[in-house]
Write a protein that binds this ligand. Structure first.
Ligand code: DSN
Length: 478
């Protein structure tokens, strides 16, 4: 792709937008500048390719396409069928899955599709059979009432939030926690690792309908073969949310027991994290759940977004190229170099290191809360996010951790040497920041003291680290 083509495409798009609402065009341009200038270490973010970005800005946005490929509730969906079928085919081939559903708009949506597919398969279908009914509309009022109660009376076992699990895995503030009676498994307090014996014990006691694995802040791999055995031992459906590490599965860094696809009944993911596609979600499953999964829209999803499905097809095609495996391997090399650099300088890391794309620093070792550390790093040009650590004494708002991830910087081309430089900058800021006090003299969980001259110096150094690694090098907006 020539430099000229990408620059012309984005420049022309901005010119067209500017003619209608210049402030939007300016904000889009400013976002590119900000992304180019910041040391982005948010574990769930990445930089999609120009082809992926451009696939989202077109006429597909105008089309309604409820239904599935070749079976729509609207006329004129032949071109949507083409891109949806392509995205699903790339997903099946990439992950070795029997079935792929590419309509979910986000990770939460993908999980909702999966939960309702499991409930339909495990609870609704047997109830229909018992009542000798083909459809819920055929049920008597009494049977319908009983089924609704039964749907709302199911159990889910998932990883606890402070051990790195996700809000959508049955926690009360989220719809999943209102749908399911949820229990959590944590990690071993001594090692920070998943203790499979404890998970098996919890499963035996709680007898969940759904066992969920997957995480957004656990820096290790999970053995999905063992988790499936646990699920089978209690008759649970095994679901894996691989949103964070889908790129590592796609790039064959996570294989065998650590690849969820051969082991889980159903796998959900987002497409925009380590997979480096457009913002969106996806569900993979075997033939047994395929029909229920395909009912995602209009069951829990609004009309599919054909322009995003087009971009998913582009990004998944990119992930099938051999260089994506190299990218995935470098994500982990970089995370391990970052962890090593932090450990050498005295940082305390949850589980003592990483096997995946993220590192979780326990910032109580620096005498800070996660919120203080996050803000001090931001002042210094380093973008991270605060996160709970296991048994967090500071709760989910202030937290005691900083989660950092390498997918985005690896896309820019930074390598292990730059990760050591990044570790040095992070350690410098955190070790030079002190907790502030409230007006009454008590310790504040939010205020902090950091010399602005040091923050400026680190910001400059962060910019220097990025110098040799331009973001979207072929895109010139002016
Ligand atoms: N918000 C995403 C993350 O940062 O992990 C997942 O929901």
């Amino acid at each position: 792709m020539s430099r000229n083509a990408e620059s012309t495409a984005f420049r022309s798009a901005l010119e067209v937008i500017r003619a209608v609402e210049p402030r939007v065009a300016d904000a889009i341009g400013a976002e590119l500048t900000d992304q180019r200038e910041s040391l982005k270490l948010i574990a769930s973010e990445n930089y999609a390719s120009p082809a992926t970005l451009l696939a989202m800005g077109n006429w597909f946005s105008d089309k309604y396409a409820e239904g599935t490929v070749g079976r729509r509730f609207y006329a004129g969906c032949q071109n949507v069928d083409t891109v949806e079928a392509l995205a699903a085919e790339h997903a099946r081939e990439l992950f070795g899955a029997a079935h792929a559903y590419v309509q979910p708009h986000s990770g939460i949506d993908a999980n909702l599709v999966a939960f309702w597919a499991i409930l339909a398969d495990r609870v609704e279908a047997p109830a229909l059979r018992r009542a000798q009914a083909r459809h819920v509309n055929d049920l008597s009022e009494a049977d319908w009432f009983a089924l609704r109660r039964e749907l709302g009376d199911q159990r889910m076992l998932g990883m606890s939030l402070d051990a790195g699990g996700h809000l959508t895995h049955g926690f009360r503030p989220n719809i999943s926690g209102k749908m399911f009676d949820q229990r959590s498994y944590g990690t071993d307090p001594a090692t920070g690792l998943v203790d499979y014996d404890r998970v098996a014990e919890a499963a035996r006691e709680f007898r969940p309908l759904v066992l969920v694995a997957g995480y957004s802040a656990y820096p290790r791999r999970v053995n999905f073969r063992i988790m499936r055995e646990i699920a089978d031992s209690v008759g649970a459906t095994f679901m894996v949310d691989m949103a964070h590490f889908a790129g590592l599965v796609a790039g064959k860094v996570f294989t065998g027991d650590f690849d969820p696809v051969p082991h889980a009944h159903i796998v959900t993911t987002t497409t925009h994290k380590s997979l480096r596609g457009p913002r969106g979600g996806m569900v993979l499953c075997g033939p047994e759940l395929a029909d229920q999964v395909d009912r995602g829209c209009p069951m829990v999803l609004g009309g599919p977004l054909p322009h995003v499905m087009a971009a998913k097809a582009v990004a998944l095609a990119e992930a099938r190229r051999p260089d994506f495996a190299d990218y995935a391997r470098r994500i982990v090399d970089n995370a391990q170099a970052l962890a090593d650099g932090l450990l050498r300088r005295g940082a305390k890391l949850v589980t003592g290191g990483t096997d995946n794309h993220l590192v979780l620093i326990d910032v109580t070792g620096y005498g800070l809360t996660g919120r203080q550390a996050e803000q001090a790093l931001l002042d210094s040009g380093i973008v991270t996010n605060r996160n709970a650590v296991p048994q967090d004494p500071n709760g989910a708002w202030y937290t005691s951790g900083i989660r950092i991830g390498t997918p985005a910087l690896t896309t820019r081309g930074l390598g292990t040497a730059e990760m050591d430089g990044t570790a040095e900058l992070i350690h410098t800021v955190l070790s030079q920041t002190t907790a502030g006090t409230n007006p009454d003299g008590t310790a504040s969980k939010a205020k902090y003291v950091l010399d602005p001259a040091l923050a400026d110096k680190v910001s400059r150094q962060a910019g220097e680290l990025l110098t040799g690694f331009p973001l979207y090098p072929d895109v010139e907006l002016s």
